[in-house]
Design a protein around this ligand. Structure first.
Ligand code: FMN
Length: 266
């Protein structure tokens, strides 16, 4: 196994950190790793916010589904799917006038722009994760940054067309830390040749057998199998509903609407 594969194999999510700041030279490398990530059309449709202010981290630890370890991470990075910068650039560069002159239709940010910027932001984030691991810095994604859109917009000063798609908590491994490598589903269930294969009941049962054996019995949800257990813990929770509400609210802006909307920020 080469060095990169070894780093990929040993990475696990880290939720407890050594109480020391990230060294400047390490941060520089993390940001360089993000910068070198593939990016659609070389547009770099993302922005990274470095969060080191204790108060901000504490607010995030509450607004991101009450996860106290967030406040203890020496460094938090928020990855924004960001098309604001490009649309601002279009406007200051008279792209609207150019469109009128040439018959092109000018439009505001739409769902395509959102999805491609989400791709860019997540690819950059994962480059940071792997680079961090190679430097002895552990990380943990926080998906809950997509919740409480209005609060996060205010807290982080976000313009309309920059959506917080992922957050990373980062910090050096504590000296006594022993990582647990968590099992994954077998490849036969998620890698198919050429065409999608929808799993039948027998295949689903086989795929989840290990997970099913691992759930606590009895449990506080009254769940009898891994599906019921996971639905009660994740898919069917209030935080999942909040994530839907929050994203729908943010998406109100991303309908390709009146470009005058965009003008307000320039
Ligand atoms: C998009 C995404 C969101 C996540 N959100 C959280 C989170 O809010 N809190 C948390 O403790 N872990 C979070 N995780 C970490 C996962 O729980 C973790 O990757 C998974 O359990 C597998 O464990 P491993 O990373 O150690 O292999 C998230 C991971 C991803 C990819």
């Amino acid at each position: 196994m080469n060095e990169i594969m070894k780093v990929i194999e040993r990475r696990t999510s880290l939720r407890r950190y050594k109480d020391v700041p990230i060294k400047d030279e390490d941060l520089e490398q993390l940001l360089y790793a993000a910068q070198r990530a593939p990016t659609a059309g070389n547009m770099m449709l993302y922005t990274i916010l470095l969060i080191r202010d204790q108060h901000t981290k504490e607010v995030l630890s509450k607004t991101c589904d009450n996860q106290p370890f967030i406040a203890k991470a020496p460094l938090v990075m928020v990855f924004l799917a960001d098309v604001q910068r490009w649309f601002d650039y279009y406007l200051v560069s008279e792209v609207k006038e150019f469109c009128l002159r040439t018959g092109l239709e000018f439009r505001g940010p739409n769902l395509g722009d959102l999805f491609i910027s989400v791709s860019d932001a997540l690819i950059a984030a994962q480059n940071v994760v792997i680079a961090a691991e190679s430097l002895g810095i552990g990380s943990c994604y926080i998906g809950d940054i997509m919740e409480n859109y209005e609060t996060h917009r205010e807290l982080l000063g976000l313009p309309e067309y920059a959506f917080p798609i992922a957050m990373l908590c980062l910090g050096y491994y504590p000296d006594d830390y022993k990582p647990t490598v968590r099992p994954r589903f077998e490849q036969q269930y998620f890698v198919f040749e050429e065409k999608y294969h929808r799993l039948n009941k027998e295949e689903l049962t086989a795929m989840f057998a290990q997970r099913d054996a691992a759930i606590p019995r009895p449990n506080k949800y009254g769940a009898e199998n891994a599906a019921q257990y996971m639905f009660a813990r994740k898919t069917g929770t209030a935080f999942a509903q909040e994530m839907d509400r929050s994203i729908r609210k943010a998406m109100e802006n991303w309908q390709g609407g009146n470009p005058i909307l965009v003008d307000r920020h320039v």
